[in-house]
Design a protein around this ligand. Structure first.
Ligand code: NAG
Ligand code: NAG
Ligand code: NAG
Ligand code: NAG
Length: 318
Protein backbone atom coordinates (compact mmCIF):
# COMPACT_ATOMS: atom_id res chain seq x y z
CA UNK A 1 0.00 0.00 0.00
CA UNK A 2 2.74 2.38 1.05
CA UNK A 3 4.73 1.62 -2.08
CA UNK A 4 1.69 2.32 -4.23
CA UNK A 5 1.05 5.61 -2.49
CA UNK A 6 4.69 6.59 -3.04
CA UNK A 7 4.52 5.67 -6.70
CA UNK A 8 1.33 7.67 -7.06
CA UNK A 9 2.94 10.68 -5.44
CA UNK A 10 5.96 10.32 -7.72
CA UNK A 11 3.69 10.14 -10.75
CA UNK A 12 1.79 13.24 -9.66
CA UNK A 13 5.03 15.12 -9.00
CA UNK A 14 6.31 14.19 -12.45
CA UNK A 15 3.07 15.39 -14.02
CA UNK A 16 3.09 18.71 -12.15
CA UNK A 17 6.78 19.25 -12.87
CA UNK A 18 6.13 18.70 -16.57
CA UNK A 19 3.08 20.91 -16.51
CA UNK A 20 5.10 23.66 -14.88
CA UNK A 21 7.75 23.68 -17.63
CA UNK A 22 5.52 23.87 -20.67
CA UNK A 23 3.24 26.50 -22.05
CA UNK A 24 -0.40 25.69 -21.54
CA UNK A 25 -1.93 24.18 -24.67
CA UNK A 26 -5.04 22.37 -25.73
CA UNK A 27 -5.13 18.63 -25.12
CA UNK A 28 -5.31 16.40 -28.17
CA UNK A 29 -5.70 17.50 -31.75
CA UNK A 30 -7.37 20.75 -32.62
CA UNK A 31 -10.95 20.39 -33.72
CA UNK A 32 -11.63 22.31 -36.93
CA UNK A 33 -15.12 23.44 -37.89
CA UNK A 34 -16.76 22.05 -41.04
CA UNK A 35 -17.85 25.55 -42.07
CA UNK A 36 -16.59 28.85 -40.72
CA UNK A 37 -16.36 32.54 -41.40
CA UNK A 38 -15.31 35.13 -38.84
CA UNK A 39 -17.28 38.24 -37.89
CA UNK A 40 -17.70 40.78 -35.09
CA UNK A 41 -20.28 38.47 -33.56
CA UNK A 42 -19.95 34.73 -34.12
CA UNK A 43 -22.63 32.10 -33.83
CA UNK A 44 -21.82 28.44 -33.34
CA UNK A 45 -23.65 25.66 -35.11
CA UNK A 46 -23.65 21.94 -34.35
CA UNK A 47 -25.46 19.54 -36.68
CA UNK A 48 -25.56 15.76 -37.13
CA UNK A 49 -23.80 15.65 -40.51
CA UNK A 50 -23.16 12.00 -39.88
CA UNK A 51 -25.63 9.58 -38.40
CA UNK A 52 -23.33 7.39 -36.38
CA UNK A 53 -19.92 7.29 -34.71
CA UNK A 54 -17.71 4.40 -35.88
CA UNK A 55 -17.41 1.91 -33.03
CA UNK A 56 -13.83 1.37 -31.94
CA UNK A 57 -12.47 -1.21 -29.56
CA UNK A 58 -9.76 0.66 -27.69
CA UNK A 59 -6.61 -1.38 -27.10
CA UNK A 60 -5.53 1.13 -24.44
CA UNK A 61 -2.01 0.84 -25.89
CA UNK A 62 -2.11 3.39 -28.66
CA UNK A 63 -3.89 6.71 -28.91
CA UNK A 64 -7.24 5.89 -30.55
CA UNK A 65 -7.29 9.32 -32.19
CA UNK A 66 -10.36 11.38 -32.92
CA UNK A 67 -13.69 9.59 -33.20
CA UNK A 68 -14.64 8.81 -36.80
CA UNK A 69 -18.20 9.22 -38.05
CA UNK A 70 -20.13 7.40 -40.75
CA UNK A 71 -23.41 7.62 -42.75
CA UNK A 72 -23.40 11.13 -44.15
CA UNK A 73 -26.83 12.78 -44.07
CA UNK A 74 -27.38 15.40 -46.81
CA UNK A 75 -30.43 16.78 -44.97
CA UNK A 76 -28.19 17.96 -42.17
CA UNK A 77 -25.95 19.78 -44.64
CA UNK A 78 -29.11 21.60 -45.70
CA UNK A 79 -29.69 22.73 -42.11
CA UNK A 80 -26.15 24.12 -42.01
CA UNK A 81 -26.64 25.89 -45.35
CA UNK A 82 -29.91 27.33 -44.07
CA UNK A 83 -28.12 28.74 -41.04
CA UNK A 84 -25.38 30.22 -43.23
CA UNK A 85 -28.03 31.75 -45.53
CA UNK A 86 -29.84 33.35 -42.57
CA UNK A 87 -26.58 34.75 -41.19
CA UNK A 88 -25.68 36.21 -44.59
CA UNK A 89 -29.12 37.79 -44.89
CA UNK A 90 -28.69 39.55 -41.56
CA UNK A 91 -25.10 40.42 -42.39
CA UNK A 92 -26.03 41.89 -45.76
CA UNK A 93 -28.97 43.83 -44.40
CA UNK A 94 -28.46 47.52 -43.59
CA UNK A 95 -31.22 47.63 -41.00
CA UNK A 96 -30.54 44.39 -39.09
CA UNK A 97 -27.42 44.79 -36.91
CA UNK A 98 -26.06 47.78 -38.86
CA UNK A 99 -22.26 48.13 -38.91
CA UNK A 100 -21.74 44.73 -37.32
CA UNK A 101 -20.63 41.68 -39.24
CA UNK A 102 -21.87 38.24 -38.31
CA UNK A 103 -19.81 35.07 -38.49
CA UNK A 104 -20.34 31.37 -37.88
CA UNK A 105 -18.49 28.22 -36.93
CA UNK A 106 -20.26 24.99 -37.64
CA UNK A 107 -19.30 21.54 -36.34
CA UNK A 108 -20.46 17.95 -36.82
CA UNK A 109 -21.88 16.10 -33.80
CA UNK A 110 -21.95 12.60 -35.32
CA UNK A 111 -24.44 12.55 -33.32
CA UNK A 112 -22.90 11.37 -30.11
CA UNK A 113 -22.43 12.98 -26.73
CA UNK A 114 -18.59 12.82 -26.74
CA UNK A 115 -18.40 14.42 -30.19
CA UNK A 116 -20.97 17.10 -29.41
CA UNK A 117 -19.26 17.98 -26.12
CA UNK A 118 -15.95 18.15 -27.99
CA UNK A 119 -17.48 20.49 -30.58
CA UNK A 120 -18.97 22.62 -27.81
CA UNK A 121 -15.60 22.94 -26.09
CA UNK A 122 -13.96 23.82 -29.40
CA UNK A 123 -16.54 26.60 -29.83
CA UNK A 124 -15.89 27.95 -26.33
CA UNK A 125 -12.11 27.66 -26.53
CA UNK A 126 -11.68 29.64 -29.72
CA UNK A 127 -12.06 32.69 -27.51
CA UNK A 128 -8.98 31.81 -25.51
CA UNK A 129 -6.85 31.54 -28.60
CA UNK A 130 -7.70 34.99 -29.89
CA UNK A 131 -9.13 36.97 -26.95
CA UNK A 132 -8.08 40.26 -28.54
CA UNK A 133 -10.52 39.78 -31.40
CA UNK A 134 -13.29 38.94 -28.96
CA UNK A 135 -14.51 35.98 -30.98
CA UNK A 136 -16.48 34.43 -28.15
CA UNK A 137 -19.57 32.85 -29.64
CA UNK A 138 -22.83 34.59 -28.87
CA UNK A 139 -25.02 31.49 -29.15
CA UNK A 140 -25.15 27.98 -30.54
CA UNK A 141 -27.71 26.67 -33.02
CA UNK A 142 -28.25 22.92 -32.74
CA UNK A 143 -28.45 20.04 -32.62
CA UNK A 144 -31.03 18.00 -34.52
CA UNK A 145 -30.79 14.99 -32.20
CA UNK A 146 -31.97 15.42 -28.61
CA UNK A 147 -29.17 13.21 -27.28
CA UNK A 148 -26.37 15.33 -28.65
CA UNK A 149 -28.24 18.54 -27.74
CA UNK A 150 -28.15 17.30 -24.15
CA UNK A 151 -24.33 17.19 -24.40
CA UNK A 152 -24.19 20.68 -25.91
CA UNK A 153 -26.66 22.25 -23.48
CA UNK A 154 -24.87 20.76 -20.49
CA UNK A 155 -21.52 22.13 -21.71
CA UNK A 156 -22.85 25.60 -22.55
CA UNK A 157 -25.12 25.97 -19.49
CA UNK A 158 -22.39 26.93 -16.96
CA UNK A 159 -21.12 29.60 -19.38
CA UNK A 160 -24.62 31.00 -19.97
CA UNK A 161 -24.23 30.61 -23.71
CA UNK A 162 -27.70 30.18 -25.27
CA UNK A 163 -28.30 26.91 -27.15
CA UNK A 164 -31.21 27.11 -29.59
CA UNK A 165 -32.32 23.87 -31.21
CA UNK A 166 -34.30 23.67 -34.42
CA UNK A 167 -35.39 20.06 -33.91
CA UNK A 168 -34.70 18.66 -30.41
CA UNK A 169 -38.08 17.81 -28.98
CA UNK A 170 -37.10 15.80 -25.87
CA UNK A 171 -39.23 17.01 -22.98
CA UNK A 172 -36.21 16.42 -20.75
CA UNK A 173 -34.52 19.51 -22.20
CA UNK A 174 -37.26 21.67 -20.69
CA UNK A 175 -35.70 21.19 -17.24
CA UNK A 176 -34.55 24.75 -16.48
CA UNK A 177 -32.30 23.73 -13.62
CA UNK A 178 -30.30 21.27 -15.72
CA UNK A 179 -30.35 23.21 -18.98
CA UNK A 180 -30.57 26.88 -17.94
CA UNK A 181 -29.54 28.27 -21.34
CA UNK A 182 -31.47 25.90 -23.62
CA UNK A 183 -34.23 27.09 -25.96
CA UNK A 184 -36.02 25.45 -28.85
CA UNK A 185 -38.11 26.49 -31.81
CA UNK A 186 -40.22 23.30 -31.91
CA UNK A 187 -42.72 22.13 -29.28
CA UNK A 188 -41.65 19.74 -26.54
CA UNK A 189 -42.62 16.07 -26.79
CA UNK A 190 -44.80 16.60 -23.75
CA UNK A 191 -47.53 18.01 -26.02
CA UNK A 192 -46.95 15.52 -28.79
CA UNK A 193 -47.39 12.64 -26.37
CA UNK A 194 -50.64 13.95 -24.96
CA UNK A 195 -51.90 14.36 -28.53
CA UNK A 196 -50.72 10.87 -29.57
CA UNK A 197 -52.46 9.32 -26.54
CA UNK A 198 -55.69 11.20 -27.36
CA UNK A 199 -55.43 10.15 -31.01
CA UNK A 200 -55.01 6.48 -30.14
CA UNK A 201 -57.93 6.72 -27.70
CA UNK A 202 -60.08 8.55 -30.27
CA UNK A 203 -59.84 5.66 -32.72
CA UNK A 204 -60.56 3.15 -29.98
CA UNK A 205 -57.11 1.56 -30.20
CA UNK A 206 -56.80 0.62 -26.57
CA UNK A 207 -54.47 -2.36 -27.11
CA UNK A 208 -51.22 -1.26 -28.73
CA UNK A 209 -47.58 -2.22 -29.13
CA UNK A 210 -44.83 0.31 -28.43
CA UNK A 211 -41.51 0.63 -30.24
CA UNK A 212 -38.95 3.31 -29.47
CA UNK A 213 -35.45 4.37 -30.40
CA UNK A 214 -32.99 3.46 -27.70
CA UNK A 215 -31.88 7.08 -27.30
CA UNK A 216 -32.79 10.01 -25.08
CA UNK A 217 -35.36 10.99 -27.67
CA UNK A 218 -37.02 7.57 -27.83
CA UNK A 219 -36.72 6.58 -24.19
CA UNK A 220 -37.96 9.86 -22.77
CA UNK A 221 -40.62 10.21 -25.46
CA UNK A 222 -41.98 6.71 -24.91
CA UNK A 223 -41.97 7.13 -21.13
CA UNK A 224 -44.16 10.23 -21.36
CA UNK A 225 -46.39 8.58 -24.00
CA UNK A 226 -46.96 5.53 -21.77
CA UNK A 227 -47.89 7.84 -18.90
CA UNK A 228 -50.33 9.79 -21.05
CA UNK A 229 -51.70 6.56 -22.58
CA UNK A 230 -52.32 5.00 -19.16
CA UNK A 231 -54.40 7.98 -18.12
CA UNK A 232 -56.44 7.63 -21.33
CA UNK A 233 -57.09 3.96 -20.60
CA UNK A 234 -54.83 2.64 -23.37
CA UNK A 235 -53.04 -0.64 -22.60
CA UNK A 236 -49.64 -1.59 -23.96
CA UNK A 237 -48.95 -5.17 -25.00
CA UNK A 238 -45.20 -4.87 -25.43
CA UNK A 239 -42.61 -2.10 -25.35
CA UNK A 240 -39.27 -2.61 -27.09
CA UNK A 241 -36.29 -0.43 -27.92
CA UNK A 242 -34.24 -0.56 -31.12
CA UNK A 243 -31.11 1.24 -32.19
CA UNK A 244 -29.40 1.41 -35.58
CA UNK A 245 -26.24 -0.28 -34.30
CA UNK A 246 -28.08 -3.22 -32.70
CA UNK A 247 -27.24 -6.62 -34.26
CA UNK A 248 -29.62 -7.91 -36.93
CA UNK A 249 -30.53 -10.72 -34.55
CA UNK A 250 -32.23 -8.21 -32.27
CA UNK A 251 -34.23 -6.71 -35.15
CA UNK A 252 -35.38 -10.21 -36.13
CA UNK A 253 -36.41 -10.82 -32.54
CA UNK A 254 -38.47 -7.62 -32.57
CA UNK A 255 -40.11 -8.75 -35.83
CA UNK A 256 -41.03 -11.97 -34.02
CA UNK A 257 -42.53 -10.03 -31.12
CA UNK A 258 -44.61 -8.01 -33.59
CA UNK A 259 -45.71 -11.19 -35.43
CA UNK A 260 -46.73 -13.03 -32.27
CA UNK A 261 -48.56 -10.10 -30.69
CA UNK A 262 -52.32 -9.67 -30.89
CA UNK A 263 -52.27 -5.86 -31.05
CA UNK A 264 -52.40 -4.52 -34.58
CA UNK A 265 -51.57 -0.91 -33.73
CA UNK A 266 -47.96 0.11 -33.13
CA UNK A 267 -47.00 3.42 -31.60
CA UNK A 268 -43.42 4.12 -32.67
CA UNK A 269 -41.50 6.83 -30.89
CA UNK A 270 -38.38 6.51 -32.99
CA UNK A 271 -36.26 8.26 -35.52
CA UNK A 272 -36.12 7.24 -39.15
CA UNK A 273 -32.62 5.75 -39.10
CA UNK A 274 -33.67 3.17 -36.51
CA UNK A 275 -37.17 2.43 -37.72
CA UNK A 276 -36.04 2.02 -41.32
CA UNK A 277 -34.06 -1.09 -40.42
CA UNK A 278 -37.02 -2.65 -38.61
CA UNK A 279 -39.48 -1.76 -41.37
CA UNK A 280 -37.20 -3.46 -43.91
CA UNK A 281 -37.13 -6.65 -41.86
CA UNK A 282 -40.91 -6.59 -41.48
CA UNK A 283 -41.24 -6.06 -45.23
CA UNK A 284 -38.90 -8.97 -46.00
CA UNK A 285 -41.05 -11.25 -43.87
CA UNK A 286 -44.30 -10.04 -45.43
CA UNK A 287 -45.66 -8.69 -42.15
CA UNK A 288 -48.64 -6.52 -43.10
CA UNK A 289 -51.92 -5.29 -41.69
CA UNK A 290 -50.36 -3.08 -39.04
CA UNK A 291 -51.52 0.40 -38.14
CA UNK A 292 -48.53 2.62 -37.38
CA UNK A 293 -48.79 5.74 -35.25
CA UNK A 294 -45.64 7.81 -35.49
CA UNK A 295 -43.78 10.53 -33.66
CA UNK A 296 -42.36 13.50 -35.55
CA UNK A 297 -38.93 11.82 -35.65
CA UNK A 298 -39.88 9.54 -38.55
CA UNK A 299 -43.26 10.52 -39.99
CA UNK A 300 -41.59 12.84 -42.47
CA UNK A 301 -38.60 10.54 -43.00
CA UNK A 302 -38.06 10.56 -46.74
CA UNK A 303 -36.58 7.10 -47.25
CA UNK A 304 -39.14 5.02 -45.42
CA UNK A 305 -41.83 4.78 -48.08
CA UNK A 306 -39.88 4.89 -51.30
CA UNK A 307 -36.58 3.08 -50.81
CA UNK A 308 -37.63 -0.16 -49.17
CA UNK A 309 -35.41 -2.27 -51.40
CA UNK A 310 -32.55 0.14 -51.90
CA UNK A 311 -29.31 -0.08 -49.96
CA UNK A 312 -29.59 1.53 -46.56
CA UNK A 313 -29.93 5.26 -46.80
CA UNK A 314 -29.85 7.49 -43.79
CA UNK A 315 -31.39 10.70 -42.57
CA UNK A 316 -34.25 12.17 -40.65
CA UNK A 317 -34.71 14.26 -37.58
CA UNK A 318 -35.47 13.60 -33.97
C1 NAG B 1 -20.52 39.99 -43.52
O1 NAG B 1 -20.32 41.26 -44.09
C2 NAG B 1 -18.97 41.67 -44.07
C3 NAG B 1 -18.93 43.11 -44.56
O2 NAG B 1 -19.72 43.27 -45.67
C4 NAG B 1 -18.14 40.71 -44.94
O3 NAG B 1 -16.79 41.10 -44.94
C5 NAG B 1 -18.27 39.30 -44.39
O4 NAG B 1 -17.61 38.37 -45.21
C6 NAG B 1 -19.74 38.91 -44.27
N1 NAG B 1 -19.86 37.65 -43.57
C7 NAG B 1 -20.67 36.67 -43.96
C8 NAG B 1 -20.75 35.49 -43.06
O5 NAG B 1 -21.32 36.72 -44.97
C1 NAG C 1 -24.87 38.49 -49.19
O1 NAG C 1 -24.00 39.26 -49.96
C2 NAG C 1 -23.01 38.53 -50.65
C3 NAG C 1 -22.07 39.52 -51.30
O2 NAG C 1 -22.78 40.54 -51.95
C4 NAG C 1 -23.70 37.60 -51.66
O3 NAG C 1 -22.72 36.83 -52.34
C5 NAG C 1 -24.63 36.67 -50.88
O4 NAG C 1 -25.35 35.86 -51.80
C6 NAG C 1 -25.60 37.47 -50.05
N1 NAG C 1 -26.34 36.52 -49.24
C7 NAG C 1 -27.67 36.59 -49.03
C8 NAG C 1 -28.29 35.51 -48.24
O5 NAG C 1 -28.36 37.48 -49.50
C1 NAG D 1 -22.79 52.81 -39.55
O1 NAG D 1 -21.62 53.35 -40.19
C2 NAG D 1 -21.89 54.47 -41.02
C3 NAG D 1 -20.60 54.83 -41.73
O2 NAG D 1 -19.49 54.76 -40.89
C4 NAG D 1 -22.44 55.63 -40.14
O3 NAG D 1 -22.75 56.71 -40.97
C5 NAG D 1 -23.72 55.13 -39.45
O4 NAG D 1 -24.19 56.13 -38.56
C6 NAG D 1 -23.45 53.85 -38.67
N1 NAG D 1 -24.70 53.36 -38.15
C7 NAG D 1 -24.88 52.98 -36.86
C8 NAG D 1 -26.25 52.50 -36.51
O5 NAG D 1 -23.99 53.07 -36.05
C1 NAG E 1 -43.09 -13.13 -48.93
O1 NAG E 1 -43.92 -13.14 -50.05
C2 NAG E 1 -43.27 -13.50 -51.25
C3 NAG E 1 -44.22 -13.32 -52.41
O2 NAG E 1 -45.51 -13.67 -52.06
C4 NAG E 1 -42.74 -14.92 -51.13
O3 NAG E 1 -42.04 -15.28 -52.30
C5 NAG E 1 -41.79 -14.99 -49.94
O4 NAG E 1 -41.36 -16.34 -49.74
C6 NAG E 1 -42.47 -14.50 -48.67
N1 NAG E 1 -41.49 -14.43 -47.63
C7 NAG E 1 -41.71 -14.85 -46.37
C8 NAG E 1 -40.59 -14.72 -45.41
O5 NAG E 1 -42.76 -15.33 -46.04
Amino acid sequence: MQLRADLMLLALLTVTAEAGDTVCQAYGTKELPQFSKGGDINIGGIFSFHQNPVAVNPTLQVNPGALQCEWLDPGELQYAQTMIFAIEEINNSSYLLPNLSLGYRIYDSCPSIPVSVRASLALINEYEERPQSCTKIAAVIGDTTSTSTIGIARTMGPFHIPVISHYSTCACLGNRREYPSFFRTVPSDLYQNRALAKLVKHFGWTWVGAIRSNSDYGNNGMATFLEAAASEGVCVEYSVAIYRTDPRQWFLQVVDIVKRSTSKVIVAFADGSDLEILIKELYRQNVTGLQWVGSEGWVTYRYLASHINSPLSRGGGF
